[in-house]
Design a protein around this ligand. Structure first.
Ligand code: ZN
Length: 316
């Protein structure tokens, strides 16, 4: 989803890459850009960029979310950029780190560090020193200090730290930011909190797509009335209109298992949005398995809406 043109230029100690889905066969990371999802919708599988073998993107993406640590896997599907900045860590002193090459206003999803030291033993480790005694998580500080901890081993040489920052560009489409909100709730284990942003992400992408498609047949006033508050709701768009639109545009329909999950997500959203609680026996609070299905379905739903929208030829 990231816009490569907007990515900062690389320098000798900074490297950018797209986060992504490791191939189940060879482990090669497949960047989750929009074309990967389109391949899945059109062929039912994607071809790994490494070993060229096909794999089921849906099945593998949801397995990854279920089986790997959430804080790590939740952002793989979003097309977030990972920036690696190399920092020299001098022993027993504060080493200043300024996060560069991540645009102002970018949504930082995750910061992690890898330490590389000499082979002869435990290296100098980074201790986070927080000026002002407050660690703000969002927005994450652009400038902080890493203290080189030696634990009294005064002869230790310095080590190197890779600071990895996973982020979403501020110019990304709004649904991507909603998906990021859902992924953050998922990563924190607050599964109920991901329902509304996950649902909004798909709705905010599907409604403009269906509107553009209806506009190819009807005037603006007719379209506004048809899709307005007393017309076809998001439920109708998801269950009926997107199917007809796909048929008329000669596109593969949204896979039924994804449509069913998105409809279920919509019902959960209505419970929370209208009544504020999940107390219906048929819709208990989502557990990890359910949250995994919902997050995966929302990401695929967003890409399907974008796919549909891109194939509508606007009359204007
Ligand atoms: Zn592979």
């Amino acid at each position: 989803m990231a816009n490569p043109e907007a990515e900062p230029i690389e320098s000798s100690d900074v490297l950018h890459s797209l986060d992504g889905i490791p191939c189940p066969e060879c482990g090669c990371v497949n960047a989750p850009d929009h074309s990967l999802f389109v391949s899945y919708f059109e062929a039912g599988a994607v071809t790994c960029v490494g070993c060229q073998k096909p794999f089921d993107l849906w099945a593998h993406a949801s397995e990854e979310l279920k089986n790997w640590p959430r804080s790590w896997s939740a952002f793989h599907l979003l097309g977030a950029v990972v920036t690696r900045q190399t920092v020299a860590l001098e022993p027993d002193r504060n080493n200043e780190v300024t996060i560069r090459a991540v645009p102002e206003g970018a949504e930082i999803l995750r910061v992690s560090m890898n330490v590389m030291g000499p082979s002869e033993g435990p290296p100098v480790f980074p201790a986070l020193y927080i000026p002002g005694h407050t660690l703000t998580l969002d927005p994450f500080p652009r400038r902080f200090f890493l203290y080189g901890m030696t634990h009294g081993r005064t002869t230790l040489p310095g080590s190197t730290v890779w600071v990895h920052v996973t982020w979403i560009h501020p110019d990304e489409e709004l649904p991507v930011h909603h998906l990021a909100d859902a992924a953050k709730q998922f990563a924190a284990g607050r599964y109920k909190g991901m329902i509304i942003p996950a649902n909004v992400a798909v709705e905010a992408a599907l409604t403009p797509a269906v509107t553009a498609w209806v506009r190819t047949y009807c005037s603006r006033d007719e379209t506004d009335e048809f899709l307005g508050p007393r017309g076809a709701t998001y439920a109708h768009q998801l269950k009926v209109l997107s199917k007809i639109a796909a048929r008329t545009l000669d596109l593969k329909p949204l896979p039924e298992r994804i449509r069913t999950l998105l409809n279920h997500l919509r019902q959960y959203r209505n419970d929370l949005g209208h009544r504020g609680i999940l107390d219906r026996p048929e819709r208990p609070e989502p557990d990890l398995a359910k949250a995994t299905e919902f997050l995966t379905a929302a990401v695929f739903g967003y890409h399907y809406a974008r796919y549909l929208h891109s194939r509508v030829i606007s009359p204007e």
